[in-house]
Write a protein that binds this ligand. Sequence first.
Ligand code: UDX
Length: 450
Amino acid sequence: MGRRLVLFPVPFQGHINPMIQLANLLHSKGFTIIIIHTKFNSPDQSKYPDFTFHIIPDGLAEEHDDEASTSDITLFLKQLNFNCFVPFRECLANLLSNVENEDPISCLITDTNWYFTQDIADGFKLPRIAFRTCSICCFLAYQLLPLFREKGYLQKQDSQLEVRLTEFPPLKVKDIPFMKSRDHRVVDKFIRQMIEKTKAASGLIFNSSKELEENELIKIGQHICIPTFVLGPLHKYFPASSSSLLKQDRTAISWLDKQAPKSVIFVSFGSIAEMDEAQLSEVAWGIANSKQPFLWVIRPGLLQNSQELVRLPNGFLEAEDGRGYIVKWAPQQEVLAHPAVGAFWTHSGWNSTLESICEGVPMICSPFFGDQMVNSRFVNDVWKIGVQLEKGLARGEIEMVIRRLMSEKEGEEIRATAMSLKEKINSSLEEHGGSSNQSLESFIDYIVSL
Ligand code: UDX
């Protein structure tokens, strides 16, 4: 094909994974891949000998090095958008000027959260394709934020929290995706810029599937008038293990090998979510009291301000009585595909949600912030493949929901729906007629025509 593509991932695990998967996919279709990346959370180049990498200075203080998460994501991303502007422009200028004996660069593919890249692409008259790594339903909710503000929902008063939004059923006021931040004006402006610059892009990719979010895709078309491609679930083409920032503990798999089919609850809250000691204690007691075998990922940083060892509540180890196994980071995709896993208690990050759906594993959802709130509501109310913990982290509800979902008759319908959605979503990747596969072909034709 003889075309080069320049990709620029946002340096967080949940964004790096799908961008690298997309890079692998496009490379398998004949494109040459160039990755521009920050120093912070930089990818392991040795895993991708066929790609070319260019590092740019990100202006972050040294103490951020090797930190896989941060407590105010929006402020952090805003800072990165500002810091990277000049180095990114210089890097791209170099790539565009060194064209001797090189194939042409077709386009730039950047995360929608890199809103600053649109102006740079325009300056070079290089088409930019925006890549939205999160769900379509969440993007739709972000579109509607001005309306929600006008209606006074964003104050999230206690009396309103359970009210359904007539403007976006089945969301409740409490599900409106808002990022935790010290300053909500920063979040507002960030989302506005992200949407505005996405609309100015030459195209938009979602890591989702029409089989899952067709209605939301139609609704997004009323707001966004650029060519849109739904290519996911991307992890089914190329697994996320190679782009893991933390070492995946494979003893999790040998432990699972010794468990009975569908008996284990897998507990993992992604790479950014944090909880305080009281919440961690509710999680621990909820799991122990359910009497179900469990595999629990306690990542450094899951407990606020603790990068090191987490002390579990007194009496927990006696109570769980050897039923569980705890790791710092797991090979999550393999875990979810393991026959011993019967349910996934998740924070509803989009990658985790997709990975679970693709294996037919029903979910217990504890959203922490942002898109997780919307994903969780869709799992509970639209796709009906899981249960949202409506009371936050409370041991009584946790214990009850684990039992209900995993062993009781009441959970049977949810388990069956999860299995049938698995078939549907996986069919979207089929070579002949699969919706994501067709969209991929259109996408390739489109970027070659640019
Ligand atoms: C972030 C946001 O929090 C999330 O809401 C958004 O949708 C994407 O960006 P994160 O919180 O890390 O992501 O969650 P998620 O999207 O689920 O991504 C986590 C990734 O890490 C998944 O691909 C998962 O397989 C991987 N993972 C997780 C592991 O490899 N091992 C683990 O133990 C846990």
